[in-house]
Design a protein around this ligand. Structure first.
Ligand SMILES: Nc1ncnc2c1ncn2[C@@H]1O[C@H](COP(=O)(O)OP(=O)(O)OP(=O)(O)O)[C@@H](O)[C@H]1O
Ligand SMILES: [Mg+2]
Length: 250
């Protein structure tokens, strides 16, 4: 039996487009027939289920609580379907539950889902919390979504040094030009010089969506629709090649 590949999406500062990138990558995999699980580990602020209009009773904290209290029955009780091929484990409804989850629970959680899916996409925040670091350990790749502005580039440089220090080859960098088309001070070679990172993928400015917040709050992921895949051809190509390349590695 094949185990799912685990990709965790993170960044060096908030609001760079992590969740948007994760959702469109999930859509790309699903459109290509892969079974995808999204784990919303932006524990204090994650809103993927709400964005996608998916109703749920049990979130990731309930799963943790049930395991701890020996009332866990089956993992299906915590999996919510968005569309065929994409399931979600929601972040805590109550942000006060975020800090209560012990990272040691992740190995149990992952053992229950890795054989059910082809790809597990983990959304996170930009903080180096203990639980994020444990999740990094379990991940096949850690995807940094950055914007083209100086604080992001400085932060990424620090992370590149940390990954080098850990002798880890798991970092991949996604330069997101679509979130704010007005950003873009630095050229790719400037960025490489500043960050010492290679830019693995670049989401084009043309993926800027005027009605983004309205559309996502209504439960839509752009690249799940054929019409939008045609409209955002260049971005779709980037997501397609990212999806294939990440699964091919190692
Ligand atoms: N392609 C896009 N087109 C238009 N607006 C975008 C796009 N991507 C992101 N945004 C805007 O940026 C906001 C933040 O995006 P997103 O939630 O994906 O970032 P994030 O890195 O997950 O943020 P956080 O750190 O808060 O979790 C969105 O609510 C939206 O307003
Ligand atoms: Mg987010």
């Amino acid at each position: 039996m094949k185990k799912a590949k685990i990709f965790t999406i993170t960044s060096v500062s908030g609001g760079t487009g992590k969740t948007t990138t994760l959702l469109n990558l999930a859509a790309t995999y699903a459109v290509n027939g892969k079974r995808v699980l999204i784990i919303d580990m932006d524990l204090a602020a994650g809103d993927i289920a709400a964005r996608l209009d998916v109703e749920f009773d049990k979130d990731i904290y309930h799963c943790y609580e049930d395991i701890t209290n020996h009332t866990f029955d089956k993992i299906e009780d915590y999996l919510y379907s968005y569309v065929d091929g994409i399931d979600i484990i929601p972040a805590p409804k109550d942000p006060r539950d975020a800090g209560k989850i012990d990272p040691s629970f992740l190995s149990f959680l992952l053992s229950k889902v890795t054989l059910k899916y082809d790809v597990i996409l983990v959304d996170s925040n930009h903080l180096l919390t203990k639980i994020n670091l444990v999740m990094f350990d379990y991940s096949d790749k850690i995807l940094y979504v950055i914007n083209n502005e100086s604080m992001n580039l400085k932060g990424l440089r620090t992370m590149v040094a940390i990954f080098e220090d850990m002798e880890s080859n798991k970092m991949r960098v996604i330069l997101n030009d679509s979130k704010d088309p007005h950003l873009g001070l630095y050229s790719i070679s400037d960025i490489k010089n500043i960050t010492k990172a290679s830019i693995d993928y670049r989401i084009p400015k043309s993926f800027y969506m005027k009605h983004y917040d309205h559309d996502t709050m209504n439960g839509h992921i752009a690249l799940i629709s054929e019409k939008k895949r045609n409209k955002y051809k260049r971005a779709n190509k980037v997501f397609e090649s990212m999806a294939v390349a990440l699964l091919k590695e190692d």
